[in-house]
Ligand binder design. Structure first.
Ligand SMILES: Cc1cc2nc3c(=O)[nH]c(=O)nc-3n(C[C@H](O)[C@H](O)[C@H](O)COP(=O)(O)O)c2cc1C
Length: 336
């Protein structure tokens, strides 16, 4: 069984941190469906945590049921990062993760996220300060480099290992690529050869079989899934069931089929929407409903029709009706 520091990760599958998406509602959905080893929180600003900002506090709320849970922090000041990591540990999170991969301009500014890949001296100071500050497992998530000419993920991997980091996640793209093109899994294999701490592979695992292929072709120790899970939150259960068939991995309930029915999909979306409406302010709720209907629509038949329809919606209640209506039509099609 995979161990990251003292944390047993079973099955070896991670829900990726995704800003705006892996909030507490979605993490609980994924955890309740099952098959996931660790769920990650969307990234939180170290400065925001230390300053006690409202947003940071809100983001860091989680339910015991979500655990094992990783909280990811980003920032560029070593002392602030170390203090934020201490607060992450005090919050009861199982794992602290450092973001060195975010390519968004507002994060790159001030040498945060992927920008730190361009300054390994500062990165090393952050890693060693944070490592000394906490005793829970510490991981680092990064990309291949800033761009094609500056691919330094091997050097960064070695730096992580030398500074007592317990595992690293590699997203097989450069920061310049953002989310375009194809993730280069061969580089995950390369990193695995280079270092002896666990390597978590990430990028373009969209179908259950992709995860098995990534494990087999790269030798990585675990797989992290982002967008594939927002289209299909059952993906972890589907992969875990396949892993279990292969070699007895994982703790999956054999009674439940890993494949969701159309009705389960419908209920999941409606339950999710109800939770969002009950717990979020009206403006945030509307934003989340729009965002998630879009992602979910990629995982259901004729999703394009649902996507078109939600563009015109202005009220939270209309989203549930649109989803109900979409599934009734699908059921009619199935019955026909
Ligand atoms: C909307 C969105 C938000 C993201 N936010 C974060 C983040 O907060 N921290 C992080 O390390 N990566 C973030 N990522 C990157 C993902 O964690 C992941 O590395 C990337 O999507 C590739 O994996 P995938 O192909 O399985 O989605 C984000 C990706 C998306 C699409």
């Amino acid at each position: 069984m995979l161990k990251i520091g003292t944390l047993a990760v079973d099955p070896p599958l991670f829900l990726a941190p995704m800003a705006g998406l892996t909030d507490r509602h979605f993490r609980l959905i994924v955890r309740r469906i099952g098959g996931v080893g660790v769920v990650s929180m969307e990234f939180v600003s170290a400065q925001g945590i230390v300053a006690g900002e409202r947003l940071a506090k809100q983001l860091m709320v989680f339910a015991p049921e979500e655990r094992p849970l990783a909280i990811q922090i980003y920032g560029s000041d070593p002392a602030t990062m170390a203090e934020a990591a201490r607060m992450v540990e005090a919050s009861g999170a199982d794992l602290c993760d450092i973001n060195l991969g975010c390519p968004a301009n507002k994060v790159l500014k001030g040498c945060r996220g992927a920008a730190l890949m361009g300054n390994l001296k500062l990165t090393e100071e952050i890693l060693s300060r944070v490592r000394r500050a906490i005793s829970i497992p510490l991981t680092v998530k990064f990309r291949l480099g800033l761009d094609e000419r500056r691919r330094n993920f091997l050097e960064l991997g070695r730096l992580c290992e030398a500074n007592g980091i317990d595992a690293v996640t590699l997203h097989g793209r450069t920061a310049r690529q953002m989310y375009g093109g194809q993730a280069d899994w061969s580089q995950i294999a390369r990193l695995k050869e280079e270092i002896s701490i666990p390597v978590i592979g990430n990028g373009d695992v969209n179908q259950p079989q992709d995860a098995l292929n990534m494990l087999a072709t790269t030798g990585c120790d675990a797989v992290m899934i982002g967008r594939g899970a927002t289209r299909n939150p059952w993906i972890f259960r589907q992969i875990a069931a396949r892993l279990q068939t292969l070699d007895g991995h994982g703790a999956v309930n054999r009674e439940r089929s890993p494949e969701p029915t159309l009705d389960e999909r419908r209920r999941l979306i409606l339950d999710h929407f109800r939770t969002v409406v009950d717990h979020e302010e009206a403006g945030t709720a509307l934003h989340k409903l729009r965002l998630f209907t879009r992602w979910y629509s990629y995982g259901i038949p004729q999703g394009v029709l649902l996507r078109r329809r939600i563009q015109t919606l202005r009220e939270a209640a209309e989203f549930s009706l649109a989803v109900e209506d979409h599934f009734s039509r699908l059921n009619l099609d199935v019955a026909a």
